[in-house]
Design a binder for this molecule. Structure first.
Ligand code: HEC
Length: 126
């Protein structure tokens, strides 16, 4: 490595560590850490048989032997950029499709409003 290149590599490393510490500082702010806790809680709710149990019917990355009744849950943010559409689907999918076998999770008090919000935070990472 020439002296010149070495200096450049040092500079690049310094820039990277600067941006990493800026990132770490960001993650420590209240909203960011609350958000990642919500995503984690949402995932647990989606996988929990007594709660969302989404994986009984939908393939979700990381699920063991998921059901294939409905479409795999991927690209959710792109497919449903409007959160309220997802809120309605999770509250009561039969409002959209009366024949839908998807459980009325909110309406039937399986999920609270705040649990639905956490599941949506998780879905938006898929
Ligand atoms: C009993 C099976 C079942 C369970 C459990 C279930 N779903 Fe569904 N879901 C379906 C079916 C079937 C559809 C398609 C419904 C329709 O025809 O409108 C659907 C539709 C959806 C849609 C809309 C997909 C689209 O492209 O229109 C989303 C999003 C969704 N489900 C998310 C979830 C989440 C999140 C959970 C868990 C909290 C869940 N589902 C639990 C069966 C299920």
């Amino acid at each position: 490595m020439t002296k010149h290149r070495f200096a450049f590599a040092l500079l690049a490393a310094a820039a990277l560590s600067l941006s990493l510490s800026a990132y770490a500082a960001n993650v420590k702010t209240g909203t960011a850490s609350t958000y990642s806790a919500d995503v984690k809680a949402g995932r647990a709710l989606a996988f929990n048989k007594k709660k969302g149990n989404c994986i009984a019917c939908h393939v979700i990355k990381g699920a063991v032997m998921p059901g294939h009744v409905a479409r795999p849950l991927v690209g959710i943010k792109k497919a449903f950029p409007n959160r309220s559409t997802l809120e309605r689907i999770l509250y009561d999918e039969s409002l959209r499709d009366p024949m839908a076998p998807m459980p009325r999770l909110g309406k039937n008090h399986v999920l609270t409003h705040s649990e639905i919000e956490k599941i949506i935070d998780f879905l938006y990472t898929l």
